[in-house]
Design a binder for this molecule. Structure first.
Ligand code: SF4
Length: 393
């Protein structure tokens, strides 16, 4: 279609998918699952008049069950899975480079969990597409695992599962519709991505009385995420989570969970050196596409050199995403980000590799990170699709 916004994230093109989800809930043949993205827990109460303290993910689980979702899961689970795959990918590439077996993709490796950023690279810096991690985003990994592993756990045909995600993002709608995000049978990993605003409309339309919501546990086994999974929603969080687990993967032991906090904060372009038991990894983090463009120009011109770079299209990361509640003239990314950092600080488990449900998924199903099955389900080819109006949007 026509690109009318010149917004590379697609964030300004609104679409309402709530009826499709209500239809699936009403269909007796469908089992409807919902995954809640990390950043959603920082903001979902805003439009419903629920305070940040009360608007926990457990209370949201209660609201979503009252709307009619049969299973409520957490994208934090698959954020942990993303760290296992992406961290292993980085270490494999660094290991090859150290032995002089470098490949032609070049450095740095870029994160790929933000579809606004992936679209931006494809449209504006196509020479860097090969440097994007091949790992799918947490939203897509969740869908791929739900329709294979979880269908087996439930003992049902995968086509009966209808996977919905609640995202802080409008670009996630386009991501789950990409031809490269379908299973073997051609069915999408994620059937519908809703924004937080759409989810709030569903809660209202279902006449859920928010005063009576209670905290309910999420379902298992795809409903548990670590502190490292939670911080995916804030700028710098993916990098920090990756460095925590990379340390373990290299040394076999955990660092202090707070050993690397250099890329926290709202500066637009941050850089640091992560010392992984003597191995120095040069990292950078950018949020907002203006900062991303400055950083990419500097890399292209040889002014900076990094090994691993995280980019999020929205200011502040997903907490400031285009699918979150909107309050005119009010910038809430910092306050919402703080919610995620404090959830991480309080979490019992703060390392993605220690997520017991992720460990079970590898043990019982995937084998190991980067195994042939993990490659098939959890990785993607960024060349498998083209941008509409490539080069102009
Ligand atoms: Fe979506 Fe998050 Fe990327 Fe914004 S930063 S486009 S909310 S994935």
């Amino acid at each position: 279609g026509q690109c009318i916004t010149h917004c590379p994230t697609g964030a300004l093109r609104e679409r309402d998918d709530t009826e499709t989800v209500f239809d699936a809930i009403a269909d007796p043949d469908k089992i409807v699952l919902v995954q809640i993205a990390p950043a959603v827990r920082s903001a979902w109460g805003e439009e419903l008049g629920i305070s940040r303290e009360e608007a926990t993910v457990e209370r949201l689980a209660c609201a979503l069950r009252r709307v009619g979702f049969e299973y409520v899961f957490d994208t934090d689970f698959s954020a942990d899975l993303t760290i296992m795959e992406e961290g292993s990918e980085l270490l494999e590439r660094l290991g090859k480079a150290a032995k002089g077996e470098g490949d032609s993709r070049g450095w740095p490796m870029f994160t790929s969990c933000c579809p606004g950023w992936v679209r931006f690279v494809k449209a504006r810096y196509p020479e860097f597409v090969d440097r994007l991690s091949t790992s799918k985003s947490p939203q897509q990994m969740f869908g791929a695992i739900a329709k294979t592993y979880y269908a087996k756990v439930l003992g049902v045909e995968p086509e009966r599962l209808f996977v919905v995600s609640v995202m802080p993002c409008t670009a996630k709608k386009a991501e789950c519709a990409l031809p490269s995000m379908m299973g073997e049978d051609g069915a999408p990993d994620v059937d519908v991505a809703l924004t937080v605003r759409e989810m709030v409309r569903m809660i209202r339309a279902s006449h859920v009385s928010v005063d009576t919501l209670v905290e309910e546990p999420l379902d298992t086994p795809l409903g548990f995420g670590t502190g490292a999974g939670v911080i995916f929603g804030a700028t710098g969080g993916v990098m920090e989570a990756a460095v925590r687990s990379a340390y373990y993967l290299v040394t076999g032991k955990n660092p202090d969970a707070d050993f690397f906090t250099d890329v926290r904060g709202l500066e637009g372009w941050k850089e640091a050196v992560a010392d992984i038991d003597g191995t120095k990894v040069r990292v950078a983090v950018a949020h907002g596409l203006g900062n991303a463009a400055r950083l990419l120009d500097a890399i292209r011109d040889g002014r900076v050199r990094y090994d691993f770079v995280e980019v999020m299209a929205c200011p502040g990361g997903c907490v400031g995403g285009g699918g979150q509640p909107i309050h005119d003239g009010c910038e809430l990314a910092a306050e919402r980000g703080q919610v995620l950092w404090s959830l991480d600080a309080k979490a019992d488990i703060r390392f993605s590799h220690e997520n017991p449900d992720v460990q079970a998924c590898y043990r019982e199903f995937l084998g190991a990170p980067l195994s042939p099955l993990a490659e098939e389900l959890l990785h993607t080819d960024h060349h498998a699709w083209s941008m509409p109006n490539e080069g102009t949007c």
